[in-house]
Design a protein around this ligand. Structure first.
Ligand SMILES: [Zn+2]
Length: 178
């Protein structure tokens, strides 16, 4: 828990004064009493990839906390100047060596329990033309396809909720086709 990225801001990033708190736009926020700078704590944007092959879901095992040793869809934070549908492809390439393209949004999943800050996980359906290149890399130390009935421990409730939504959609499709 002493990771630098997990610590609250202490000093004004504009002038270096120690931050206090002030009521701004309806809530107490970290604010600088010297230059007036207010810290608005907005959600981070994380992007995750849902890749299904032969009705099996691609998951990676997390090399780092939070959720180290557990499994999730390939994911990561978008850079501020990076469109999310591009961020998801970059994360896929880094963590699985697969070249993919985004094929629509599965859903948006809000979370407040990550020590690095609250955020929104955007889960995109992705398509891949060549899954033979699959290899774990970067923040993932293992990778594999899993049947929905044989999923390993999932690291985050956001990923679990997205997987549940995907499975509910599949079920609806099957029942609608009957
Ligand atoms: Zn300041």
């Amino acid at each position: 828990m002493n990771e630098p990225q997990w610590q609250a801001l202490r000093f004004c990033s504009r002038c270096g004064t120690e931050l206090g708190e002030r009521l701004v736009h309806g809530r107490m926020r970290p604010a600088c009493s010297v230059c007036g700078f207010v810290v608005y704590t907005n959600p981070k944007v994380a992007c995750g990839a849902l890749l299904v092959h032969d009705r099996q879901l691609l998951l990676v095992r997390r090399r780092h906390e939070p959720g180290r040793g557990r499994w999730c869809m390939p994911c990561g934070f978008a850079e501020a100047d990076e469109p999310p549908e591009q961020a998801v492809c970059r994360e896929m390439l880094e963590e699985t060596s697969l070249v993919v393209h985004a094929a629509g949004l599965l859903g948006v999943y809000h979370y407040t329990d990550d020590p690095r800050g609250a955020g929104l996980l955007l889960v995109f359906r992705v398509r891949c033309d060549n899954i033979r290149l699959l290899a774990a890399g970067d923040d993932a130390d293992d990778v594999g396809f899993f049947s929905p009935t044989m999923l390993p421990p999932i690291s985050h409730h956001t990923h679990q909720r997205a997987i549940d939504d995907w499975l509910a959609g599949e079920k609806e499709l099957r029942e609608g086709a009957l």
